[in-house]
Design a protein around this ligand. Structure first.
Ligand code: SF4
Ligand code: SF4
Length: 109
């Protein structure tokens, strides 16, 4: 079991999760973060602080978000360890947008 970052994080990237993770399990792309399942200790702290409810346990992913399990696993192999940063300037505008998968950049930070 591990926690998984899903679609709601795309272009929001508020970064509270990175700050609370005791395992430094977050990996960072230019407009998204993922969790390295091998580093995650399943403490659920990140799930509690994410302001857009983007994080779920891998066994409790909402319908339509299942593909993010493999996406987190695969992107985590190539992306750098995430650092706490200010969110992008237009993060608030993207927080309530539900269909954002097409905007996901596969580029590491
Ligand atoms: S707190 Fe939520 S929106 Fe912010 S970077 Fe983490 S998962 Fe993404
Ligand atoms: S569940 Fe805990 S260990 Fe896993 S990514 Fe979230 S804060 Fe880090």
């Amino acid at each position: 079991m591990a926690y998984v970052v899903t679609e709601a994080c795309i272009r929001c990237k508020f970064a509270e999760c990175i700050e609370v993770c005791p395992q430094c399990a977050f990996r960072e792309g230019v407009n998204f973060v993922v969790i390295d399942p091998d580093a995650c200790a399943n403490c659920a702290l990140c799930e509690m602080v994410c302001p857009v409810d983007a994080i779920f346990a891998d066994y409790a992913l909402p319908k339509g978000q299942e593909k993010f399990r493999d996406l987190n696993l695969n992107l985590a192999k190539n992306w750098p360890v995430a650092e706490f940063r200010k969110p992008p300037p237009n993060a608030e505008e993207w927080a309530d947008v539900s269909d954002k998968f097409r905007y996901l950049s596969m580029e590491g930070y």
